[in-house]
Each structure stands twice: as C-alpha cells, then as structure tokens.
Write a protein that binds this ligand. Structure first.
Ligand code: 5GP
Ligand code: MN
Length: 356
C-alpha cells in the first residue's frame, strides 16, 4: 500500500520575506509576541506556542497581551508568564522598546491592540512580522504571512515551523498551545475552514503530546453555574427575524451583573442563534459600560460576509463567516440601527440556501 505523506504547503508569504525572517532567527534575539486585544484561544495559543518554540531555538521570547483573556484559557502552558500591557504599562513598554523583533499574531491592524499599545508599536524601528488569517491586512510591515484560507493562526504557526524544518522542536507544551487555537477557531473542527490538512496537523499534534481530551475539557467543560444562567438569559433575549434569516441576542450590563459576569462567559453564545434552522446571520450585542461600547460578535453561514458587514457599519472586521465590531450608541439604538440595515441585504441573506 502506498503511504500518503502530506505535502509542505507553500506559505502565502514571499520567499524574500520567509528568508528574511529565517535569517533574523539565526542568531539569538529578544523577541516580543503580541496577540490582539481580548485575545481568544487562537491568539493566546499562537502566541504561547510561538514563544515556546522560539525559546527552544535559543531566543528570549515574551508574550505581551494588550489586556486580559478569559479564565478558560488560563491553564495553558506558560500562561502565567504573559504580561498584560494594560496592567503593566511601563514594564511592557520597556520590554517592547528593548526588543529586537516583534511578532504580531492573529490580527492585521495595529489598532487592534488598543490606543496606548498602538502608540508604542507604531514608532518602533525594528522588524515586525505579521502572522494572521484575517481579511484585508493593513500595510504596517513588509514581513507578512497572511492567509485568509487557513482556519487559524495556530495552524499557520505550525506550517511556518514546518517550513523552517523545525517540526522536531514541537514538544507537548507547544503542541497543546497550537491544538487549542485550531480547536477554538474551527468550533472544534466543524467550520468550513477545517480541511484535511487541519486534521493531519491535529493528528501530528496529538502524536507530539497534545492531550485532546484534556484540552477539550479545560476549554469547554469549565462553565460556572452563573455563567450558564447568563446563557439562559441570553437565550430568552434571542430574537429571530425570519424574513432576513437573521437571529440576534442582546446582553445588557444589568444581565451581566445579575449573573456575576466574568470575561469569557459570553464566548460562543452567538452560535446559538446560528444553530437555528434556516438562520444564516447571527449577532450578539453585549453592553460594555467600562469601555463605553456595545461589543458585537457576528457570524454567518454561506456567502454572506460578516467581515464586510462589520467593516462597513460597525468599525470592525474579521473573516467572511466570523467577525467582530462595536458601536458607541446605546444598546437599544444599536439594535435599531442594525435592524434598519437588514432590508438592503435581503437578497444576500436569502440566497444562501446552497451553502446550508
Ligand atoms: P469575536 O466575535 O469572537 O470577538 O471575533 C470574531 C472574529 O473577528 C475573530 O477572528 C476576531 O479576531 C475578529 N474581530 C473581532 N472584533 C474585531 C474588530 O473590532 N475588528 C476586526 N478587524 N476584527 C475583529
Ligand atoms: Mn484566529
């Protein structure tokens, strides 16, 4: 029987860029790795995985996150060594300014690190490397590895390591980080960005020591009672607009405080809207008084691009089928604005059948 080896994929990165990065990594460097604000499983997994890998190559690597991330990610390898920019502004700024190389992972516009951190990053003279899978990257660096066809930045980090011929350096901790991000960004391997390559990489990561069952339990089965009560509230706030195959959920500050909200509690709520038969567009609006915004998560099935929708109307972006955005209006008005936009998308929202 013929054994099928899976090929090394061409990275969507020029040879020149790859060789420049490779060369930069040939001598020990002080490296800083930055995920986006409110980092998710993919951003944290890619940052920690890359950081552990670079340490194994002999570099000093420090992950600096713009702000805090959810509890359900705090079991990850070296999560305790992450510095939060928002909390340790001076220390983080000093480390960034003394670094020799920066990796930007899982985002493609500097402003996704927040105003204060953007100011520090945009004045740097050192090389910045972007590894990201979101649409429409900004041009703030020449060293770009951007591939919107790949499910997760963690898969891109794996493929980058593969291209460097250093898969042997992936140990159980690195494998655990990369597995986690691929899992969370693919909705546990079910979104359409999940390919056979994704599954082969996942299989390799398990062989390298990622404990798939433990990882699933740590991320998904650590709910709190009050968190589930908040989900109950979200579901009772769920509205369906059949005419536009759309569903939306609202969560107010009052809902959050009633159920003892903590960061990460609303993760995945938006997907309940999308799980309804015939729904192709789902949105959750979450009031955030501390930031003075309504944070929106948008999801779609088929060809309706929530990236475009969020970019055009709600200062956001992301992927075709998963994006984020915000509004500075009240919760009520934001929903009104949103509802008023739907009629112009009626045909896009109704011609999705083939993709369901
Ligand atoms: P979530 O709804 O889970 O916060 O984000 C969904 C996707 O959209 C993620 O890939 C996330 O990185 C991206 N995203 C979320 N908020 C924003 C935003 O304000 N701007 C952009 N460009 N992307 C976002
Ligand atoms: Mn991602």
């Amino acid at each position: 029987k013929k054994i099928r080896f899976y090929p090394i994929f061409a990275l969507l990165m020029t040879d020149k860029t790859f060789n420049t990065i490779k060369q930069l990594l040939e001598s020990p460097k002080k490296v800083v790795i930055v995920p986006h604000q409110n980092p998710d499983g993919d951003a944290v997994g890619a940052s920690l995985g890359l950081s552990l890998f670079l340490q194994k190559l002999g570099h000093q690597a420090q992950v600096i996150s713009p702000n805090d991330y959810p509890k359900f990610l705090k079991w990850m390898p070296e999560t305790d060594k992450v510095i939060q920019f928002e909390q340790h502004f001076k220390k983080a700024t000093k480390i960034i300014e003394e670094s020799e190389l920066i990796f930007i992972v899982d985002f493609n516009a500097l402003n996704r690190t927040g105003d204060a951190m953007t100011k520090v990053l945009e004045t740097l003279k050192i090389p910045l490397v972007m590894i990201d899978h979101h649409q429409q990257p900004d041009n703030f660096t020449e060293l770009i590895y951007s591939d919107t066809s790949i499910c997760s930045t963690c898969q891109m980090v794996y493929q980058f390591i593969e291209k460097l011929n250093r898969l042997d350096k992936i140990d159980a901790a690195i494998a655990t980080c990369l597995y986690t991000g691929i899992m969370t960004d693919t909705g546990s391997f079910k979104y359409r960005s999940t390919t056979s390559t994704t599954h082969r990489i996942i299989a390799n990561l398990i062989d390298k020591g990622a404990n798939n069952n433990d990882i699933h339990n740590s991320v998904y089965d650590t709910n709190t009672y009050s968190g589930l009560q908040l989900l109950g509230r979200a579901l009772s706030n769920l509205r369906v607009i059949n005419e536009y195959n759309t569903a939306y959920i609202t969560i107010s500050e009052a809902d959050k405080s009633e159920f003892n909200f903590s960061k990460g509690d609303t993760e995945g709520f938006v997907n309940y809207g999308l799980s309804i038969d015939n729904i192709v567009f789902a949105v959750i609006f979450i009031e955030d008084a501390s930031q003075g915004i309504i944070k929106m998560s948008l999801r779609s099935k088929g060809n309706f691009s929530v990236n475009q929708f969020a970019r055009t109307h709600f200062e956001g972006g992301g992927h075709d089928n998963a994006a984020g955005g915000k509004s500075k209006d009240t919760l009520e008005n934001t929903v009104k604005t949103f509802l008023a936009l739907l009629p112009q998308y009626k045909s896009d929202l109704n011609k999705n059948e083939g993709n369901l």
